[in-house]
Design a protein around this ligand. Structure first.
Ligand SMILES: *Cc1c(COP(=O)(O)O)cnc(C)c1O
Length: 475
């Protein structure tokens, strides 16, 4: 560890060669410098500790208990990843440092690039996008520019009716018209409808596999064939990669471009809107369009290249979210390729175990087996899906995703992940059993749940849009 610690650190301006990717001299004028020290609150240590300790008890994380939030893959965040990402060689580095000082982290990024490329079965990866949705937009921009270069006018992107909301949103922001394709009675893409929807206007089909119902699209090769025959490209929403990671590269299923959510599949924190990472993997054909700067290997050394010929250009501030990427690499190295595949298999096992053990009223709407998650409907219960969700909080269980996917009425989308032990899974089963009995006995009581939290039912929109985050001032 001290090796990284001792390496020449930050903010050392290279005065001999201030050009070529290095920090320009500061242009801040004198009057903008702070004249007096900033007026920070001076609080006694015990009060600060109590404040943060109280906050930690008021929130719920994967360290607290089962976190069933479907589609989000709330798996354990390994402490080793946290420790290594906190090394000053990563936290105190600056992307404009001279190349000679950032060999270590370029090497790290290069290894992550290669591992993710292999996992996807695709040759090139951009580590830049800051979230899954950002990756979706980047990928669609590259597809758009590719067709423009081919002289083709393709203005439509197809998404299934079960798709995550970011899919149509990203397509619209990237300038495409969104067209929906139906699901069939088995919860999969309706091939006839897809054939009827794909045409010379189609730029891409966006698909996640397994889909948002947790079901594997068994016709994926035929889907790829339909899409490619229409001249369009196939996009993989990697949010549901967890059950397939290390087992089935999306490239082998016929996908041309893929986004990954490192905070889902690779155990990096989801963190309250904080930095994330949604790397995108590209086929040979789309790779020339990927954003800048690019990781390239020259004479055995990784560097950030700016060759821009066909690139969609810059998509954010210059560097990727480095410490998130470090965590993902630690996860991949620690698990190894076989470990990643085993975690994927275990995520399928836990989901099927849980689905099989839940009471009949909570059976999945589509027949098992599922992959890493499943969707149940509360439509026939005396209480709403949100009531069941709120009551689970009193059992120290984070609720499933509610009212998604939209194709299921009163949906609960349950994803236990491989991180849950058998004992915890059984505790979840018992909670659902008890909640079912309560719902039959006294449904009205559910409007008072949760009853064990300081705030019971906040106005969720206001809480998200206008949060009050300041430290409570004590007198
Ligand atoms: C989470 C998710 C996304 C978006 O990813 P973010 O990283 O939250 O932007 C897209 N599709 C599906 C299916 C998801 O679950």
């Amino acid at each position: 560890m001290s090796g990284i610690n001792d390496s020449p650190l930050i903010f050392e301006r290279n005065t001999e060669n201030p050009a070529a990717g290095e920090a320009p001299p500061s242009t801040l004028s004198e009057e903008l410098y702070r004249a007096r020290p900033v007026d920070l609150p001076d609080l006694p240590e015990p009060r600060v500790v109590r404040h943060y300790h109280r906050l930690s008890r008021e929130s719920f994380g994967t360290d607290t208990g089962p976190y069933l939030l479907g589609s989000c893959t709330m798996k354990y965040n390994p402490r080793l990843s946290e420790q290594l990402a906190a090394l000053p060689g990563y936290t105190e580095t600056h992307p404009r440092q001279p190349a000679g000082q950032k060999r270590g982290w370029l090497e790290m990024l290069g290894e992550l690039h290669d591992r993710l490329a292999r996992l996807n079965g695709l040759p090139a990866v951009s580590l830049l996008p800051a979230a899954g949705a950002h990756g979706e937009w980047v990928a669609l921009r590259t597809i758009g520019d590719y067709f423009r270069d081919q002289g083709e006018q393709r203005t439509e992107v197809i998404v299934p009716d079960s798709a995550h909301g970011t899919n149509p949103a990203s397509a619209a922001v990237a300038g495409f018209d969104v067209v929906e394709v139906d699901s069939n009675e088995r919860g999969r893409v309706d091939l006839d409808d897809l054939r009827a929807t794909c045409n010379s206007q189609t730029a891409a089909l966006m698909l996640t596999n397994p889909n948002t119902l947790g079901l594997f699209e068994e016709d994926i090769l035929e889907i790829a064939d339909i899409v490619h025959s229409a001249g369009a490209r196939l996009y993989y929403d990697g949010a549901n990669l967890n059950p397939l990671a290390g087992r089935l590269p999306p490239g082998d299923m016929g996908f041309d471009v893929v986004h990954l959510n490192l905070h889902k599949t690779f155990g990096t924190p989801h963190g309250g809107g904080g930095p994330g990472a949604g790397p995108v993997a590209f086929s040979e054909e789309l790779a020339p369009y990927r954003p800048l700067p690019r990781l390239t290997k020259r004479e055995g050394e990784w560097m950030l290249g700016e060759e821009a010929e066909k690139s969609i250009g810059r998509i954010r501030s210059f560097a990727p979210n480095l410490t998130v990427l470090v965590r993902a690499l630690v996860y991949l190295q620690r698990m190894g390729e076989e470990g990643v595949a085993q975690a994927a298999r275990d995520s399928v096992l836990t989901a099927n175990y849980l689905a099989n053990r839940l009471p009949a009223e909570f059976q999945p709407v589509y027949p098992l087996p599922c992959k890493h998650e499943f969707v149940v409907s509360c439509a026939d219960l005396p209480v709403d899906a949100s009531d069941v969700a709120k009551r689970l909080i009193d059992f120290e269980i984070h609720p499933p995703t509610v009212y998604f996917p939209l194709v299921v009425e009163e949906a609960l989308m349950i994803e236990p992940t491989e991180s849950l032990s058998l004992r915890e899974l059984d505790r979840v089963v018992e909670a659902f059993q008890q909640i079912l009995e309560e719902a039959k006995e006294d449904p009205d009581q559910f409007k008072n749940y949760p009853e064990t939290t300081r705030i019971s039912r906040p106005d969720e929109t206001t809480a998200a849009r206008r949060p009050v985050l300041n430290h409570p001032v004590e007198t």
